[in-house]
Design a protein around this ligand. Structure first.
Ligand SMILES: [Fe+2]
Ligand SMILES: [Fe+2]
Ligand SMILES: [Fe+2]
Length: 406
C-alpha cells in the first residue's frame, strides 16, 4: 500500500478542478491557464525544467483564493483586488517540500509589466518570467465567455490583450500569443470537451509516479485550501486526518495503510470548495434546502478523486464519510456491508473532530457530551461500534492528536 501508481500531472490537474468549483463561470480555469501558459512557454523557448515549473505554478496559481467572493473578483479583467490571494498562495508554498520553487511565481502572477501600483516594486524583467506568462494566460482565460462560440470571440480578445501590451502585460509574450491565436486549435482547445487529453499532450511531467508519502504534502496543501474557505474550519481537514491516522494505527493497520487513511482524511471535504460560503459560515442550523446543497460536497469529492489513477481506495475512504451503516447516508445510500473499515474510520474521525471544534453557533463540546453523541450514533446504526469504542477508550490521546496538528 506504500506506492500508488498515479501520476503527478493527473493528480494536480484533477485537484485543480476542486479550486474551480466555487468559481461560477470559471470551471477548468486552472487547466486552461496551464494549457495556455505551456503553449506560450514553449513558443518562447523555455527549457524542460522551466516548463515543469510553469505547469505546476499554473495549475495551482489561484490556490490562495478560497472564498467565492474573492474568486468572483478575479474574473473581472481589470480587477485590482489580487494581492491577498497572491500572498496567501505564496505562504502556502514557500516552505513546501515540493512546491517551494513556485512560491515566487505565484506571489507575482498579477504584477503589471509597467510596474504601476505593484506592491512588489518590480516591473518588466524583474518579474519572474513564469509569473508574466501565467498573468497573460490568466487574463486571456477570464476573457473567454462560455456562452459564445469561441472562434467568434477571437478578435475581441486579441484586441483587449494587445491594448495591454507594455501596460499590464509583457509585450514579448503577447507576440507569442499573437502567433498562437492564428491557430484555430488554440481557441477550440479552450472550449474543448477533450481538454484533459489536450492538456496531457502539452504537459511535460505526465509519467512521474508517486509514493504515498510524496502525495502527502500535496494533500496537505489541498487541505489548507479547503480549510481556509471558512474561518470555522481552519484546522478541520488536518484534524480529521490526524484522528484517522491515530485510529488506523490503533486498529492495527500497516504503516502504509495508515498513511492512506491520513491522505483520505486530508481530502475528505475537497468538495466543500463547491459549497457557497454563506452556507458553510451560517451562524445557525441549516434549512433543509441548504442541507441538500451541502450534501453535494461528497459527490464532488468522489468525482474529482475518481479522475486520479490509483486513488480508488483513497476515494472510497474520503468520499463515503457521510454514508451510514444503516444505509441512510449520502450521496450513494451505501449499505453497511459496502462501507469499508477505512471509510468507517473517516466517518468516526469526522464526527469526533467536528464535535470537538468550535462552530459558528456553538463552542467545542465537553467530553461527556461528545461520548453521548457518538454512542447515540452507534445505537442509531450510523457509525461503527468497534471503532467508536476504540476512539472513546483512547479519547484524550485522540483529542491531543487533533489539537496538535499543524
Ligand atoms: Fe490569480
Ligand atoms: Fe486565475
Ligand atoms: Fe463532510
Amino acid at each position: 500500500m506504500n506506492a500508488i501508481e498515479t501520476n503527478y500531472y493527473k493528480l494536480l490537474s484533477s485537484l485543480s478542478l476542486a479550486m474551480d468549483l466555487g468559481s461560477r463561470g470559471l470551471m477548468y480555469h486552472h487547466q486552461r491557464v496551464a494549457l495556455i501558459a505551456l503553449q506560450i512557454g514553449k513558443l518562447y523557448g523555455l527549457s524542460q525544467e522551466q516548463l515543469e515549473r510553469l505547469f505546476t505554478a499554473a495549475i495551482l496559481h489561484d490556490a490562495g483564493s478560497s472564498t467565492w467572493e474573492e474568486k468572483q473578483q478575479l474574473i473581472e479583467f481589470n480587477t485590482t483586488k489580487t494581492l491577498n490571494h497572491c500572498k496567501k498562495g505564496y505562504q502556502l508554498f514557500y516552505q513546501h517540500p515540493l512546491f517551494h520553487n513556485i512560491a515566487d511565481i505565484i506571489l507575482y502572477h498579477h504584477d503589471r509589466w509597467d510596474g504601476l501600483c505593484n506592491s512588489s516594486g518590480r516591473s518588466k524583467n524583474e518579474i519572474p518570467l513564469e509569473s508574466r506568462i501565467i498573468h497573460l494566460a490568466d487574463r486571456i482565460d477570464v476573457l473567454v465567455q462560455d456562452n459564445v462560440y469561441v472562434l467568434g470571440q477571437k478578435k475581441q480578445i486579441c484586441r483587449i490583450i494587445n491594448a495591454e501590451s507594455k501596460r499590464l502585460l509583457d509585450p514579448f509574450l503577447i507576440e507569442a500569443f499573437n502567433d498562437l491565436s492564428e491557430r484555430e486549435c488554440f481557441w477550440l482547445d479552450l472550449h474543448s470537451e477533450f481538454i484533459d487529453d489536450v492538456l496531457a499532450h502539452h504537459c511535460p511531467v505526465i509519467t512521474k509516479q508517486l509514493e504515498v508519502l510524496e502525495i502527502m504534502p500535496i494533500a496537505q496543501t489541498m487541505a489548507k485550501v479547503i480549510d481556509f474557505k471558512s474561518p470555522f474550519t481552519r484546522k478541520h481537514s488536518v484534524g480529521v486526518a490526524e484522528v484517522c491516522y491515530f485510529l488506523a494505527q490503533k486498529a492495527g493497520f500497516t504503516s502504509g495503510h495508515c498513511d492512506i487513511l491520513k491522505v483520505s482524511g486530508l481530502l475528505h471535504d475537497l468538495g466543500k470548495l463547491g459549497i457557497p460560503d454563506t452556507i458553510l459560515d451560517k451562524p445557525g442550523k441549516l434549512t433543509s434546502r441548504e442541507f441538500d446543497i451541502m450534501k453535494r460536497h461528497t459527490y464532488y469529492t468522489y468525482h474529482i478523486l475518481k479522475m486520479v489513477d490509483g486513488f480508488g481506495t483513497i476515494n472510497h475512504y474520503a468520499s463515503c464519510h457521510h454514508e451510514k451503516l444503516n444505509g441512510r447516508g449520502y450521496p450513494f445510500k451505501l449499505d453497511g456491508k459496502e462501507i469499508k473499515t477505512g471509510a468507517r474510520i473517516v466517518a468516526v474521525a469526522d464526527i469526533f473532530t467536528a464535535l470537538t471544534e468550535d462552530r459558528p453557533y456553538r463552542k467545542e463540546m465537553e467530553k461527556k457530551q461528545v461520548v453521548e453523541i457518538l454512542q447515540d450514533q452507534v445505537k442509531a446504526g450510523v457509525i461503527d461500534n468497534e471503532l467508536t469504542i476504540l476512539l472513546l477508550t483512547n479519547y484524550e490521546e485522540a483529542l491531543w492528536s487533533r489539537q496538535n496538528c499543524s
